[in-house]
Write a protein that binds this ligand. Structure first.
Ligand SMILES: *Cc1c(COP(=O)(O)O)cnc(C)c1O
Ligand code: SF4
Length: 349
C-alpha cells in the first residue's frame, strides 16, 4: 500500500488468467472482480460528460482505471471535482512529462534482500506480497509497475522467510504490496503462521486500503488469522478524505478495532483532493472517532504522471500547524516525505 509510499522494488509477477464469471468465493472477491474498469462506464455512473471519457481512456492505457463500485457510490454525481473521483480518475494531465518526476522516485532497488523482501528500515522487514490492489490510485508511486491479480504461492516466500529467520534484529514484518489483503485468507493465514514461527519477530503489520475500499473484506476469516497468532497485529489504513469513511467503511474499521487491532492511517496530501485545513481536520476527526490514529501525512512522491497532485511543502506545513491549534495532539499526523536512500521517513517540520 502505499502504501502509497512503500519502498518496494516490484517483482514482476506472472500474468494471471482472467477470473471466470460466476466464480465462487468470498463476497469481497466478487466486489473486486466487479470493480469499474471502463472510463466510459464510470462517466455513465457519475453523470459525467462522455467527452471526458475519451481523454481518460488515453491515460488509462498507461495505468488502468480500477475503482470498486462501493467506492464509486461514495462520490458525488456530476461533479468532476469530487475528491474521491480525483483519486481514481485518469486524466490527460498524467501524460505530460514533468521535470523531476520519474518512474521510480523512491529508488528502492538497493534495499532488496531477496525477491519480494526489503530491508530498509531498522528492525523491520517489508514483504511485497502481491502487485494487486483494490483500487488504482492515480498518484501511486508504483503506478508504472505491472499489476497482477494473482497471489504468488507460499513457496515463493521461502527465500524471504529464510532471510527473516536469519536476521534476529528483525522484530516486525510489514506485509505490503500492492495490497496484501487482495490475497485470500487461507494464503495469508499460512503466511502469518510461518512468520510467527520465527522467534525474534514480535509484530505483524499490514498496510492496506481494502477495509476502506471494499469493507466486506473485513470478515471473520481475516480477523481469525490477524488475531490468531502470537504476533501483535497492527493495521495501517490508507484514507485520504473523510468522504471515503462512510457508514460501511466505518463498520469494517470498527470490526478491526473491536478485535483489538491497533489501527493507524496514512494519507497523501493531494492537490484538489484534500489540500485544505478543513479537509484534513474532517479526515482526522472522522478517523479518531473510528478509533484510528492519524499516523502519516505524506508529501507526494514525485512519480511521473502525478505532477498535477503536487503541493508546495509550505502548504503541508501550514496545514499541520493549523491542525495543531484545532485538534487534540493525538489527532494530528506527522508530515513526512520518502527520500530515496534514506533509512526511514523524513519528518517535515
Ligand atoms: C514508511 C513506510 C514504512 C516504514 O515504516 P514506519 O515504521 O511506518 O516509518 C514501511 N512501509 C511502508 C509502506 C511505508 O510507507
Ligand atoms: S494503487 Fe493505491 S492501493 Fe495500490 S499500492 Fe498504490 S496507493 Fe496503495
Amino acid at each position: 500500500m502505499t502504501s502509497l509510499s512503500s519502498p518496494t522494488r516490484f517483482v514482476r509477477p506472472e500474468r494471471p488468467a482472467p477470473p471466470q464469471a460466476g466464480q465462487p468465493g468470498p463476497q469481497w472477491k466478487s466486489e473486486l472482480r466487479d470493480a469499474v474498469r471502463d472510463p466510459a462506464e464510470l462517466a455513465r455512473l457519475l453523470d459525467l460528460p462522455g467527452t471526458w471519457a475519451e481523454s481518460a481512456r488515453e491515460a488509462a492505457r498507461q495505468f488502468p482505471l480500477l475503482a470498486p463500485r462501493g467506492y464509486v457510490r461514495r462520490m458525488r454525481p456530476a461533479d468532476p471535482h469530487d475528491p474521491l473521483l480525483r483519486q481514481v480518475l485518469p486524466l490527460a494531465d498524467e501524460l505530460r512529462p514533468a521535470p523531476g518526476y520519474s518512474a521510480d522516485p523512491v529508488g528502492d532497488a538497493a534495499a532488496t534482500l531477496t525477491p519480494g523482501l526489503l530491508h530498509k528500515y531498522q528492525g523491520r522487514a517489508l514483504m511485497v506480497t502481491t502487485g494487486a490492489c483494490a483500487v488504482h490510485c492515480r498518484y501511486c508511486f508504483r503506478r508504472h509497475f505491472p499489476y497482477s491479480e494473482s497471489p504468488k504461492g507460499l513457496a515463493a516466500w521461502d527465500e524471504a522467510l529464510a532471510a527473516i529467520a536469519a536476521d534476529n534484529s528483525l522484530h516486525e514484518v510489514i506485509l505490503s504490496g500492492g495490497d496484501p489483503l487482495t490475497l485470500v485468507d487461507p494464503t495469508l493465514a499460512a503466511l502469518a503462521d510461518r512468520i510467527a514461527q520465527v522467534r525474534h519477530v514480535a509484530r505483524l503489520r499490514v498496510h492496506t486500503r481494502l477495509p476502506v475500499m471494499i469493507p466486506s473484506r473485513v470478515n471473520d476469516e481475516l480477523l481469525a488469522w490477524l488475531t490468531g497468532t502470537r504476533l501483535t497485529p497492527i493495521v495501517v489504513l490508507h484514507a485520504n478524505h473523510a468522504n471515503e469513511l462512510d457508514v460501511e467503511a466505518g463498520r469494517a474499521v470498527a470490526r478491526l478495532a473491536d478485535a483489538g487491532v491497533p489501527l493507524l492511517n496514512q494519507a497523501v496530501l493531494l492537490r484538489g483532493v484534500n489540500d485544505s485545513v478543513d479537509a484534513q481536520a474532517e479526515l482526522c476527526e472522522r478517523l479518531v472517532d473510528l478509533r484510528v490514529m492519524p499516523y502519516y501525512l505524506h508529501q507526494l512522491d514525485k512519480v511521473s504522471g502525478a505532477a498535477h497532485f503536487d503541493t508546495p511543502i509550505e502548504l503541508g506545513q501550514a496545514i499541520i500547524a493549523e491542525l495543531r491549534g484545532r485538534l487534540p495532539g493525538y489527532a494530528v499526523p506527522r508530515l513526512v516525505r520518502e527520500d530515496a536512500g534514506a533509512a526511514g521517513k523524513t519528518v517535515i517540520r
